[in-house]
Design a protein around this ligand. Structure first.
Ligand code: CDP
Length: 251
């Protein structure tokens, strides 16, 4: 008998029905995919690190008043989150050019942008998440004008929070992607940060050396992905600074 009901299985996570109505259990897998799943691998420990890192970022955001779907971490690989309707957009915030923006506009990777730039892509794997404009979003009704105002403000608040946090531990936040959920409170819709925030969905470069500490390590075969993610987690104090465990005296 199945332990619980699976709602959805994505590339890096599985969603199960939660213990109470309106909740979902989000399970972080070790699977890594890139280039719309054309490149795939299993990276042992990635799910555990992303579960902890996403918990850390979502908790910090809640503490500064940015609403998120995160309720609590359940175990090494799972967290309890609020069920929400996902707005069918990937919201990308860029501080420095990289990835598709560099390719599309011919701007060298790492070039600082004049100001943070927010882009929207339609969530559609078959089409490869195409870039869309606010005109498309309004015309096709993927989000309302009020939603778009709220999404922009949420995206920029997340950017300020994450950029500052990363800067404090010697990491440059190049860009990141978030997903937005809609919940209803007393029949009023409210937008919250959903999905995950982790090095799978950010570009993070060490300020001193330029070393990549994000999923580009996997996309571009630059070494160990878990070493890179562990480094981010260690600097933020999410996992202990030293992996070496010494025996401790227990009274
Ligand atoms: O990552 P890629 O070069 O394909 O696309 P991008 O538009 O340059 O990605 C911008 C940022 O959004 C990067 O930090 C990506 O990791 C993230 N992203 C993501 O998490 N999921 C996607 N489906 C697309 C981008």
């Amino acid at each position: 008998m199945a332990r619980r009901t699976k709602i959805y299985e994505g590339k890096a996570k599985i969603l199960y029905e939660g213990p109470e109505p309106g909740t979902i259990v989000q399970y972080f897998k070790d699977d890594a995919t890139a280039f719309n799943a054309q490149k795939k691998d299993v990276i042992e420990g990635k799910g555990v690190l992303n579960n902890r890192l996403s918990e850390y970022f979502m908790t910090g955001l809640a503490q500064i008043g940015v609403p998120t779907h995160f309720i609590r971490r359940l175990n090494m690989r799972e967290q309890l989150v609020r069920a929400c309707e996902i707005v069918p957009l990937e919201v990308i915030v860029r501080n420095f050019a990289a990835g598709t923006m560099s390719k599309r506009l011919g701007i060298e990777e790492g070039t600082q942008l004049p100001r943070p730039i927010v882009e929207y892509c339609l969530k559609n794997d078959e089409l490869g998440d195409p870039l869309v404009t606010e005109e498309h979003i309004a015309a096709f009704g993927w989000a309302s004008q009020q939603d778009m105002d709220d999404i922009l403000s949420l995206a920029l608040r997340v950017n300020d929070y994450l950029s500052g946090l990363m800067y404090g531990v010697g990491i440059k936040l190049i860009d990141f992607k978030i997903e937005i959920g809609r919940v209803y409170e007393n029949d009023y819709p409210r937008l919250i940060i959903a999905d995950e925030i982790s090095p799978d969905s950010c570009r993070l470069w060490d300020i001193a050396t330029g070393q990549k500490l994000d999923k580009d390590v996997f996309r571009r075969d630059l070494g160990s992905l878990t070493d890179a993610y562990s480094e981010v987690a260690r600097r933020l104090g999410v996992i202990p600074k030293s992996q070496v465990t010494k025996p401790t005296l227990i009274n």
